[in-house]
Design a protein around this ligand. Structure first.
Ligand code: DP6
Length: 322
């Protein structure tokens, strides 16, 4: 097969990934835990083109800019090395993520690319190998290979992959508060944090502890414990990022107001917990039976979208990518 299509979904971390011990292999300083979503798929088709002098990349029908195209080519170089091929490829990607939703597109993007490129170049990769490969495109993509709750292990290249974990069922309410582009990418901000934060060592050791506690909460099917750890860890990550020099502040007044509102809702007996990635938008988790009510309570703050647990990255039947 010299053409293949795959679909993958974004994921939101409950225990965050922030910091690399190896920037080339993309090995994280600590493990993380996330939920792969059922909404906002990326569908990617890879077609080998042995006559082409260079790879080409398009996103939603528009030729990719230099930097993303370079990132795709560097990723395909890894796949070519594994496959013993020199053939260039055409990569066409369709993302359902609204560009202003504040959701990172790299996790679903590189998970779909790993599956599609692996198949197009004739590799036979199991979930572990695909997760390790996707990790090389963007760390968080390792988790989008896996459905639902996924733990991504820290370790060396062979050990650092994501795998499924059982746990409580819950929904996520994506609360879009601010549509402006972020000023510092998470990739650059991670480097600055590692180089300048006096709290970095504490972050690494405490994240490992938080992950152990979160996995214990998953095994005990304990939504309350998992929710409390999720909110704690998000605030710790933002505290760490703010302690970089020069400081980086992703949260805006509207984000803080959302964390306040979530605390109020909890005090009033509606159980929910907040988290935020490298941007101002907030994601709230709630039990499935409470999710619509939580979303209704947050709607005055911003636009809400309720999403659930979704599938891992999958190869599509030929011709199904549209
Ligand atoms: C805040 O996976 O986008 O969303 O590995 O440099 O591509 P790179 O970073 P990326 O970082 C995601 C950071 C985060 C937390 C998380 O998803 O765990």
């Amino acid at each position: 097969m010299n053409e293949a299509s795959a679909r993958a979904f974004p994921n939101i971390a409950l225990v965050k990934y922030w910091g690399k011990q190896d920037t080339s292999l993309i090995l994280p300083v600590a493990g993380s835990l996330s939920l792969t979503l059922d909404t906002y798929a990326t569908t990617t088709t890879v077609r080998l083109d042995p006559d082409a002098a260079a790879d080409s990349f398009s996103l939603n029908g528009v030729p990719g800019a230099a930097t993303p195209t370079q990132r795709v080519t560097r990723f395909l170089d890894l796949v070519r090395e594994l496959a013993g091929s020199t053939a260039r490829a055409r990569v066409d990607s369709l993302s359902e993520i609204p560009t202003d939703a504040g959701l990172a597109s790299s996790a679903a993007g590189f998970a779909a690319l790993a599956v599609a490129a692996g198949a197009a170049y004739g590799l036979e990769l199991d979930a572990r190998a695909l997760s390790r490969l996707a990790r090389r495109g963007s760390g968080s993509a390792a988790r989008s290979i896996i459905s639902g709750l996924a733990v991504w292990h820290a370790g060396d290249d062979a050990q650092s992959f994501a795998e499924p974990v059982g746990g409580p069922e819950f929904k996520m309410i994506i609360l879009t508060l601010d549509r402006s582009a972020k000023r510092v990418s998470s990739r650059d901000a991670m480097v600055r944090t590692a180089q300048t934060s006096p709290f970095y060592d504490g972050w690494i050791s405490s994240t490992a502890q938080t992950l152990d506690a979160a996995l214990a909460a998953c095994h005990a099917d304990d939504f309350t414990a998992l929710g409390l750890l999720t909110e704690l860890h998000a605030l710790r990550m933002h505290a760490l990022i703010q302690s970089a020099d020069p400081p980086i502040r992703y949260l805006k007044p509207a984000s803080i107001a959302a964390f306040d509102r979530v605390e109020e809702l909890r005090a009033a007996g509606l159980e929910c917990y907040a988290t935020a990635d490298a941007g101002p938008n907030v994601v709230v988790i709630a039990r499935p039976s409470d999710a619509d009510q939580v979303a209704a309570e947050l709607v005055t703050l911003g636009e809400t979208t309720v999403v659930g647990a979704g599938p891992g990255a999958t190869l599509l039947p030929r011709g199904a990518a549209g």
